[in-house]
Design a binder for this molecule. Structure first.
Ligand code: TTP
Ligand code: MG
Length: 359
């Protein structure tokens, strides 16, 4: 390899198929050939996920149970068993560790693996990904999908291409072609609002972003412009991070009935405060950087208001609540949450390291 040329990385993204629903089907054979979803089936419940039989009817994650039932009247909605999903997630991670120690979990059912330096299967990332999917199937009776590429962004998008129970490999010489027609909404970090703003400016695919200018992008998406520009050429130099520091600690409550009064929201925050303090206690060494109030309105829209702070101040939560409620436009409140931002321990350590250097 010529000196100075960076080594081509081999990244795998693994994502379990309809994870909670798949575990339920595995453990309850009666669910197997039926459309099922996991969640509550009360009038105010929202689905966590559903199996692929239910998806054929248009049922989706995060959909209100009532809507799902109207799309698919025979949908069976089962209660979730979080501790079982956590156990399965641990078992999946044990399988990952047979192949690499560089694992970055994204959620219970999703992780990035860096196998650049692996010598297994002659160093073939594709064969490693297939071996992982086989182990998961043989040992846990569950299916996973995999994306294999030279960076995290492409691997993540690839894992979705041939779902369920599929693999998609994007070799370096196919990246350009794969990315050019990619709709921007598929890029992690580009949410529906950003995608809408980009579309209004005529930007729908990565090809459109390539033809734009960094300055124009800056106006549209602010500080996200640089990474969006990079992604549109298939570039992503983020490492697979094996340990990520928690950034916030929070508590929230979904209300039994939507509320409209500020005083009622204030009462909910009063109830949540001791829980927040108890949770923060475990992270005291980090110190606090900000306080945040989050509200979910009755149309499921979320809003957050935050302010820098160094301690849990009930009065500050109150004024943040007031500012959040100003955005309600007559909507009622469905959920109230409060959280604290934690200082970055690693950064402060680095700082003290620098201070202790001899001058
Ligand atoms: P996902 O990987 O997004 O979805 P999935 O595994 O159910 O389906 P897919 O085959 O498309 O990957 O999320 C993993 C689990 O996280 C999912 O099984 C349930 C949970 N979840 C929620 O509880 N709420 C949500 O809104 C979403 C998206 C997921
Ligand atoms: Mg999944």
């Amino acid at each position: 390899m010529p000196i100075g040329k960076p080594k081509q990385r081999k990244i795998i993204h693994i994502d379990m198929d309809c994870f909670y629903a798949a575990v339920e089907m595995r453990d309850n054979p009666a669910y197997r050939n039926k459309p099922i979803a996991v969640g509550g089936d009360g009038p105010r419940s929202v689905l966590c996920t559903c199996n692929y039989a239910a998806r054929a009817f248009g049922v989706r994650s995060a959909m209100p149970a009532m809507t799902a039932k109207s799309l698919c009247p025979e949908l069976l909605i089962v209660n979730g068993r979080m501790s079982v999903y956590q156990d399965v997630s641990r078992q999946v991670h044990e399988i990952f560790r047979r192949y690499t120690s560089i694992i970055e979990p994204l959620s219970l059912d999703e992780a990035y693996l860096d196998v650049t330096d692996s010598t297994l299967f002659g160093g073939s990332a594709t064969r490693i990904a297939e071996a992982i999917r086989c182990d998961i199937f043989n040992e846990l009776q569950l299916t996973a999908s995999a994306g294999v590429a030279t960076n995290k962004f492409i691997a993540k998008i690839a894992s979705d291409e041939n779902k369920p129970n599929g693999i998609c490999v994007i070799p370096p010489d196919k990246v350009d072609e794969f990315v050019a027609d990619l709709p921007l909404i598929k890029i992690p970090g580009v949410g529906p609002k950003t995608a809408q703003r980009l579309m209004q400016a005529g930007l729908v695919t990565c090809r459109d972003v390539r033809a734009s200018t960094p300055a124009a992008l800056q106006l549209l998406v602010g500080k996200q412009a640089e990474s969006l520009y990079q992604r549109s050429f298939g570039k992503d130099c983020r490492e697979v991070v094996t340990h990520r520091e928690r950034k916030t600690v929070g508590v929230e409550k979904t209300l039994a009935q939507d509320i409209a009064e500020q005083s009622e929201c204030r009462d909910v925050i009063q109830d949540l405060l001791p829980k927040l303090k108890a949770r923060y206690d475990k992270h005291q060494a980090r110190g606090i950087s900000k306080l945040t109030v989050k509200l979910k309105f009755d149309d499921f829209a979320l809003t957050t208001v935050e302010q820098q702070a160094v301690s849990i101040e009930p009065n500050l939560f109150e004024s943040l609540l007031q500012r959040a409620l100003e955005r309600s436009n007559g909507r009622k409140i469905r959920l109230v949450g409060i959280s604290v931002g934690l200082n970055n321990l690693t950064a402060s350590n680095k700082e003290s390291d620098q201070l202790s250097l001899p001058i």
